[in-house]
Design a protein around this ligand. Structure first.
Ligand code: FE2
Length: 265
């Protein structure tokens, strides 16, 4: 999660409608059309099926109630408008209540290709399709409940599990390597990069994931794969907090990235 943001979320009106400008809708359209091409043959089937269900408009940013109608029907999830940045407590509280936080701002044209904060394009295009999948939805719900109950010192471990699944998860399928992580699916650069032969790609073991440091501002040097979306359902039934304890005992893996450059003081 970014620590500060130049963006401010838009407030819905009394009917829950967010009024987007022509330029904001135009940015959405360009992002959607570019990314739909980019994920061809790369997104997993569950994502593509979900995309059909949520039926995103191309020429304007969807209103949250449109998504809610579909999600409610499929898995009981909802999307909730939130400020540009929320803290972990609020993040977990929302997930624990089957509410997926959506920051209601869209990136500026200057940050068309990359921005650190999750904007509405990332949240909706990246995550909402997967939330129509029952196994993914259950995993995310259980994760929220676990995180909400967890102490601060344990939440940093849980954050890695979310990062390497919901955000940057890959799946080995009969058709080859496929993406289900929203952080990749909403990023043209990272979608290509996954297939570049550069990153290390390992089968997901929860204990390994809990011990893997990551940086939010670089292409990931390492991804973890599941074999089926049902693996996430199985993980949601595991005793994850005992694995967190084990991860603490064993310590973190050596980072596969250079340390962030220190700001000159
Ligand atoms: Fe995300």
């Amino acid at each position: 999660m970014a620590k500060s943001s130049k963006y401010v979320s838009k407030t819905p009106d009394e009917n829950g409608i967010i009024h987007w400008s022509v330029e904001e809708n135009q940015i959405w359209q360009e992002l959607v059309e570019r990314q739909l091409k980019c994920i061809e043959g790369k997104a997993c089937n569950e994502y593509l099926e979900g995309l059909k269900k949520i039926n995103l408009p191309h020429t304007r940013i969807p209103q949250l109630h449109e998504l809610n109608a579909v999600l409610k029907n499929e898995t009981g999830w909802q999307v909730a408008p939130v400020p540009a940045l929320i803290d972990f407590d609020e993040f977990f509280r929302l997930l624990a209540n089957k509410q997926f936080p959506v920051a209601t701002f869209i990136r500026s044209r200057e940050e068309f290709d990359y921005l650190q904060e999750p904007d509405i394009f990332h949240e909706i295009f990246g995550h909402c399709a997967m939330l129509t999948n029952p196994a993914f939805a259950e995993y995310t719900h259980q994760y929220g409940k676990l995180g909400y109950a967890a102490e601060k010192k344990d939440r940093v471990y849980l954050a890695r599990l979310y990062w390497f699944t919901v955000e940057f998860g890959l799946m080995q399928t009969e058709q080859g390597l496929r993406i289900y992580g929203g952080g990749i699916l909403s990023s043209p650069g990272e979608t290509q990069y996954v297939y570049s032969g550069k990153p290390e790609i390992n089968p997901l073991e929860v204990l390994d994931v809990l011990r893997t440091p990551y940086r939010i501002d670089i292409m990931q040097p390492l991804y973890y794969t599941i074999n089926s979306i049902n693996d996430l359902f199985d993980i949601s039934k595991m005793d994850i907090m005992s694995l967190v304890e084990k991860a603490k005992e064993l310590g973190l893996f050596e980072p596969k990235f250079p340390p962030k450059e220190k700001l000159a003081s």
